[in-house]
Design a protein around this ligand. Structure first.
Ligand SMILES: [Zn+2]
Length: 214
């Protein structure tokens, strides 16, 4: 079960475990738990796993505030992409909220990483062998790079702020993405916060969902 509910301006993205009395884990860098083939959050021992595709969908759609309810520790993988999440949100629409939540980052350049994508089933994972792709067809010719970007955006969402800047990732993976998030959050000299007026795009409002979706 996964349900996405509107949240007040300034809430950010929060996950709520309804099977644990509504225990809340905020989607922020300090709650990053462990990363291997997916990104997991943990707070006081409560785990939320595989957050990157939903968070990436939120960033792409411009959702800044939402409460995501789950009755277990793992977000559904669905078809392995962010599309089902995007369609869920688009079905109910978004509502503008008055308040700026803006971040400004100077160019952040990721370093090399031995990122490996591993997965569970042939339906939501593309398996590579020495001879090529084992389970075609791909949705897009450049699906690999699209998926790497999807994961990157979803992990950088853990900054809790929008990035105005350019991100360069070279053979990055979840471990590198989340290490970058921690590094940026730790070192305030790397970035500055800016209000809407100074921003590149005139996005003076935050957005939440118009209603809940399940
Ligand atoms: Zn992914």
């Amino acid at each position: 079960m996964l349900r996405i509910l509107p949240a007040a301006a300034g809430t950010g993205i929060i996950f709520r475990r309804v099977d644990l009395d509504g225990f809340t884990v905020e989607a922020v860098g300090r709650n990053v738990a462990r990363v291997s083939y997916a990104t997991s959050l943990m707070k006081k021992g409560v785990l939320i796993s595989t957050t990157e595709h939903l968070l990436s969908a939120f960033i792409g759609l411009g959702v800044d505030n939402a409460a995501v309810e789950l009755d277990n520790l793992e977000l559904p993988i669905l078809d392995g992409s962010a599309r089902p999440f995007v369609e869920m949100v688009q079905k109910v629409g978004l509502k503008a909220q008055r308040r700026n939540t803006f971040g400004f980052l100077h160019d952040a350049e990721a370093m090399r990483n031995l990122g490996l994508i591993r997965g569970a089933s042939a339906e939501n994972v593309i398996v590579l062998s020495a001879d090529g792709i084992l389970n075609p067809p791909l949705r897009y010719e450049d699906e690999f790079v699209r998926h790497k970007v999807l994961d990157l955006i979803g992990d950088l969402a853990l900054l809790g702020r929008r990035i105005i800047g350019r991100v360069v990732a070279d053979r990055a993976g979840h471990a590198m993405h989340t290490a970058l998030v921690s590094r940026i959050l730790r070192d305030r000299s790397l970035w500055e916060e800016t209000s809407g007026e100074a921003a590149v795009e005139p996005a003076l409002v935050t957005r939440r969902l118009a209603s809940g979706v399940a």
